[in-house]
Design a protein around this ligand. Structure first.
Ligand code: 5GP
Length: 204
């Protein structure tokens, strides 16, 4: 499934030569990491925006690769400095997109992918109206629960909290430029690449 809201065609044209800002959002467990990993493998012009977070690293996560892991004090200092394009609280932790890295990558002509929650995507819509915003949806809510349980990365309390957030996030899917159902990874990746290609063509 793919849908475009009526206002999408009226958005300002993107500046030629500058890379696209691509937001991938969607509920926890839907498969954003796997999809983005595959996008980066297939499209050499794409770069990934590494976010700051106050969440603790999960086993196997690497500082500077998965996230820049910082204390709450450090995060608050960065907010005051104006270092973030957007930031949001998700399940008690802060997450934010640093502007400096993003601007440098786009100025060099590369497209940059942000993996952010729905609140963050809403802020990007207001601050960067030329962003391409994609919502990744699960085939069903039962499937979402199954995928997250299989991941074993959260305890039961966190699982329940993330499910409650997911229910609210699903209601906002229609605010995005495209909704892509992650029923089959390669098919979903193809659909996202096609919408990136379309956005590049609008830019030229
Ligand atoms: P997780 O803890 O599972 O890595 O991420 C929790 C949620 O925070 C996910 O929906 C993820 O997309 C979102 N997230 C990650 N980085 C950022 C960010 O920089 N800004 C915002 N607003 N959300 C983020």
């Amino acid at each position: 499934m793919s849908s475009s809201p009526p206002g999408a065609a009226r958005r300002p044209p993107r500046t030629a030569g500058r890379g696209l800002l691509i937001v991938i959002s969607g509920p926890s467990g839907v498969g954003k990491d796997t999809l983005i990993k595959r996008l980066l493998e297939l499209d050499p012009n794409l770069r990934y925006s590494t976010s700051y977070t106050t969440r603790r690293p999960r086993p196997g996560e690497v500082d500077g690769v998965n996230y820049l892991f910082v204390s709450r004090d450090e995060f608050e200092r960065l907010i005051k400095e104006g270092a973030f394009l957007e930031y949001a609280t998700y399940d008690g932790n802060l997450y934010g997109t640093p502007i400096a890295q993003l601007d440098a990558v786009r100025a060099a002509g590369h497209d940059i992918v942000l993996k952010i929650d729905v609140q963050g995507a809403e802020q990007v819509r207001k601050r960067a109206s030329d962003a391409l915003r994609i919502f990744l949806a699960p085939p069903s809510m039962d499937e979402l629960v199954r995928r997250r349980t299989e991941r074993h990365s959260e305890n039961e309390r966190d699982q329940a909290a993330r499910q409650a957030i997911a229910n609210r996030e699903m209601e906002l899917a229609s605010h995005f430029d495209h909704v892509v159902v992650n029923d089959d990874l390669e098919r979903a990746v193809g659909e996202v690449l096609a919408s990136i290609q379309q956005a590049r063509q609008r830019q030229t």
